[in-house]
Design a protein around this ligand. Structure first.
Ligand code: C2E
Ligand code: MG
Ligand code: MG
Ligand code: MG
Length: 287
């Protein structure tokens, strides 16, 4: 009963219908056995390397899901109508954690960035659930940011834009995730009521001295974001060289393995108490 037994099929593993069916069953099992948990990945202010936010990332401890990460199981959850349950679970678990750490977070403010499926824009209950949970756990809405991937924005209609505006009106922040991987044109962006733009890792990967076009592309994205008054977050920063480029080009925030991997809450909290700013400054310093 191991996912590896599906490897005999020719199609890409994650697109195989038997594999997907099996994963959808494992997701249901994991939900009822309480085998999902959260990791927190720090997002740093590029200039001073202070932690500004954590991106909340879903993990599964079940043996049967070993080696199957959210990049694989989230699209399957979407296809098998399990995504609404998952998104709600992630939101509520994040809120519980915030409530448990309320006094600490009052003194050390940080934003929690939660990924949600664009499917929620078609879910009439999403906003209601969000309002109910904010209220129930007494969460200041400005502590929360929702990340939506750009691909999902392509089919966005007026109704979805209205839902986004209503969420913004609550005081919750919105960011456009994986920017550059979908098909949003720069001039379309004005229609989306988001406050932040996350530059996809694939562009950050291009930031190296031998590759001038990488710098040009990132510069173009940053200048466009600037004219729409959007803050920019670069994801997947792995090298000091990439960090140096992003600092020079004026990207506001950075996240990536160079700075920190996703962490359990106790480790994330420890970083807020005792930041690794000094180590990082040495790490990213080069002449
Ligand atoms: P994402 O929202 O773009 O999240 C960033 C992904 O890039 C995370 O992978 C993170 O661990 C990874 N990453 C960050 N920095 C680096 C780096 O420097 N190098 C490399 N190689 N990877 C880096 P993860 O946790 O596997 O998540 C994959 C995707 O699954 C996420 O992409 C997001 O779209 C989705 N996802 C994750 N958690 C949730 C969730 O709770 N709900 C929903 N709806 N989707 C989620
Ligand atoms: Mg994200
Ligand atoms: Mg992303
Ligand atoms: Mg990404």
């Amino acid at each position: 009963n191991n996912l590896l037994s599906f490897q005999e099929f020719d199609e890409p593993f994650s697109k195989n219908i038997y594999f997907k069916k099996k994963v959808s069953e494992f997701i249901k099992e994991a939900l009822s056995n309480d085998e999902f948990y959260l990791n927190y990945m720090p997002i740093y202010d590029t200039k001073n390397l202070e932690i500004k936010a954590f991106e909340v990332l879903l993990r599964c401890s079940s043996e049967s899901m070993k080696g199957t990460g959210p990049d694989v199981f989230i699209p399957i959850a979407e296809e098998y109508n399990l995504i609404r349950v998952i998104d709600l679970w992630v939101i509520e678990s994040t809120f519980k954690n915030i409530k448990n750490n309320y006094d600490f977070l009052m003194k050390t403010p940080v934003v929690f960035c939660i990924n949600i499926s664009s499917e929620e824009l078609k879910n009439p209950l999403f906003k209601k659930n969000l309002v109910r949970l904010l209220d129930e756990y007494e969460i200041p809405p400005e502590w929360i940011e929702l990340e939506l991937t750009e691909t999902s924005f392509v089919e966005i209609d007026q109704k979805s834009i209205d839902v986004l505006s209503e969420i913004r009106t609550l005081g919750v922040n919105l960011s456009l995730d994986d920017f550059g991987t979908g098909y949003i044109s720069f001039n379309q962006l004005i229609n989306y009521p988001v406050n932040n733009l996350k530059i996809d890792k694939s562009f950050v990967d291009l930031l190296e001295t031998e590759n001038e076009s990488g710098e040009m592309i990132v510069r173009a994205i940053l200048s466009m974001a600037d004219s729409y008054e959007l803050h920019t977050i670069a994801e997947g920063v792995e090298t000091a060289e990439q960090y140096a480029y992003l600092l020079e080009l004026g990207c506001h925030y950075v996240q990536g393995y160079l700075l920190s991997k996703p962490l359990s809450w106790p480790l994330a909290k420890a970083l807020l108490i005792e930041p690794n700013t000094e180590n990082l400054k040495n790490l990213v310093k080069f002449s």
